[in-house]
Design a protein around this ligand. Structure first.
Ligand code: GLC
Length: 544
């Protein structure tokens, strides 16, 4: 893992585009690739280095693209291959990289591979998915105790035609591929090479740790505990998630992306879960490198306290020692928006934006985060999100409404508000695929462009500061002494230092250090003889 010219991904800031909700260019109420192309100058101006696009491949859209039916075709409502190529070229011309979202674990059940696989027990693709005989009389009981998300039901689905079960670890219409079959690997690697040839700079890998399951299909052991997102898990998922074979797959994938021209110029970032050792293992080792980056999801479930931030920074220094780096994230298309986690207090969202964009790691912004976009509460009953619908029978609306996690992910996927017009500048249609958020008229890009004190201006300032300052994109991180509700750290690079001081408390604080205030998340901070005076819920970046 040496530092070289191809290491652009170390210094980049990623922006996640959810194409369906970013920009509609043809008035059908659904975002599309032409719309993304039109908005690329906005992203370049924001200082973004890498655009990650959620899946736009051919798909029945039951999980809005995370159910692919053709990995090398574009869904017609999003455009076509020529438009995808134009998008990649335009981004490159603006100095940005493009990362696509690869769903390797499963396909749609409408993928021709699955239709063929499910048609009989002896067709040429019979072994492309994870088929298994059932237990009990007639094999009508699932093969083992593997469960779907939230442990709500079996992960196996019955096929009357084959009189067998197939595994669908996420939702029933997303059958898991059999990655132990060399033909499956070859087909998926071919799809990866197809996009690399088109010029993409890398991939975000969907649920990467789920891909290689226990080949003996052993039962997962019973061990109740708290899983991610404060959900209770009854079983340990040792045989279905994070098996060591996934690390080998990471290394094999790395070899595929390194094989193209300009090797070491592509980036793989994995959506992986688990403890520090597990998550880090996907990076491989000197001899056989794996993924370039893995997401560290701790900040998604932050507590707004100095202690939480201090502990997280300390932990990342231990778990991701240089040259490794965490890919840091506060929001994505699956989880609650920050503004709602902080009860609508924009001062706090700004402090967290400063943290994300000044800490060591590769920051990812989710579309709308830069304007402090909020969740839009939408009842589970009307959910388009299949995950929301899956959970509906188990989750009373009043609970879903109160818990911090959004079960109906539609709530975090409403269209990007660009301006105060009827369709928020997102669409000319009177019927966007999801409703516009209630704040679209007042909290949108145009309003914030016009206001130098807005969240958008702050985020843009910080993204550019990070891009332009080696201390921030390449420096080390060292915690500095600070008391109470204050966290302070130094970012240092080749003898130059930048200090970041965050007052996360409800009262003004005096940090007994010095420096000139380069940026502040809000008004009122000042350098005095006694130290830096920082108002409540405010962060500052300082230079000597
Ligand atoms: C990942 C994606 C999510 C998708 C799921 C199944 O968690 O982020 O949106 O529904 O995988 O592919």
């Amino acid at each position: 893992m040496s530092e070289g010219a191809g290491d652009w991904w170390r210094r980049t800031t990623i922006y996640q585009v959810y194409p369906r909700s970013f920009q509609d260019s043809d008035g059908d109420g659904i975002g599309d690739l032409r719309g993304v192309i039109d908005r690329l100058p906005y992203l370049a101006d924001l200082g973004i280095g890498t655009v990650w696009l959620s899946p736009f491949f051919a798909s029945p859209q039951r999980d809005f693209g995370y159910d692919v039916s053709d990995y090398t075709a574009v869904a017609p409502e999003y455009g076509d291959l020529a438009t995808a190529r134009e998008l990649i070229d335009t981004a490159h011309a603006l100095g940005m990289r493009v990362v696509l979202d690869l769903v390797l674990n499963h396909t749609s059940d409408e993928h021709p591979w699955f239709l063929e696989s499910a048609s009989s027990r002896d067709n040429p693709k019979a072994d492309w998915y994870l088929w298994h005989d059932g237990r009990g009389r007639g094999g009508r009981r699932p093969p083992n105790n593997w469960k779907g998300p939230l442990d709500l039901r079996t992960a196996w689905r019955w096929s009357e035609t084959r009189r067998q079960w197939y595994l669908a670890s996420f939702l029933g219409f997303q059958p898991d591929l059999n990655w132990r079959n060399p033909e499956v690997r070859a087909a998926m690697f071919a799809a990866i090479r197809f996009w690399l040839d088109l010029g993409v700079d890398g991939f975000r890998l969907d649920v990467f740790g789920w891909i290689m399951k226990d080949p003996a299909f052993r039962d997962n052991p019973l061990r109740p505990r708290l899983g991610g997102g404060d959900v209770i898990r009854l079983r340990d998922r040792v045989f279905t998630e994070g098996t060591p074979d996934n690390v080998v797959l990471a290394q094999d994938l790395r070899a595929v992306v390194d094989e193209v021209d300009g090797a070491d110029d592509r980036m793989l970032v994995g959506e992986v879960f688990g403890g520090p050792a597990k998550v880090r293992s996907y990076l491989g080792d000197e001899r056989r490198p794996g993924l370039h980056l893995v997401f560290a999801f701790d900040l998604l479930e932050f507590r707004f306290t100095a202690r939480f931030v201090r502990e997280t920074l300390e932990r990342y220094e231990r778990e991701f020692p240089a040259p490794s780096l965490p890919a840091t994230v506060l929001e994505n298309h699956d989880r609650s928006r920050v503004m709602d986690r902080v009860g609508g207090d924009e001062r706090k969202a700004r402090v967290l934006a400063m943290l994300l964009l000044t800490m060591r790691g590769v920051p990812t912004l989710y579309q709308g985060q830069e304007i402090g976009m909020r969740n839009t509460y939408l009842p589970l009953r009307g959910a388009l999100d299949p995950f929301g619908r899956e959970v509906l029978p188990w989750m009373p609306e009043w609970i879903s409404r109160r818990i911090p996690e959004r079960i109906n992910r539609d709530e975090v996927r409403t269209p990007m508000p660009w301006d105060g017009s009827a369709g928020a500048g997102f669409t000319t249609s009177a019927h966007p695929w999801l409703p516009l958020g209630p704040e679209s008229g007042v909290r949108n890009v145009a309003v914030q462009e016009a206001d130098a004190g807005s969240m958008l201006h702050l985020v843009r300032d910080l993204v550019r500061l990070r891009r332009d300052r080696p201390e921030l994109h390449s420096g080390s991180l060292r915690l500095l002494p600070a008391e109470g509700d204050v966290v302070a750290f130094a970012r240092e690079h080749e003898g130059r230092a930048l200090h970041v001081v965050l007052n996360m408390g409800p009262r003004e604080a005096l940090w007994p250090g010095s420096g000139d205030i380069l940026r502040a998340t809000g008004p009122g901070a000042e350098a005095t003889a006694a130290g830096i005076r920082i108002p409540a819920c405010t962060g500052v970046a300082l230079v000597e």
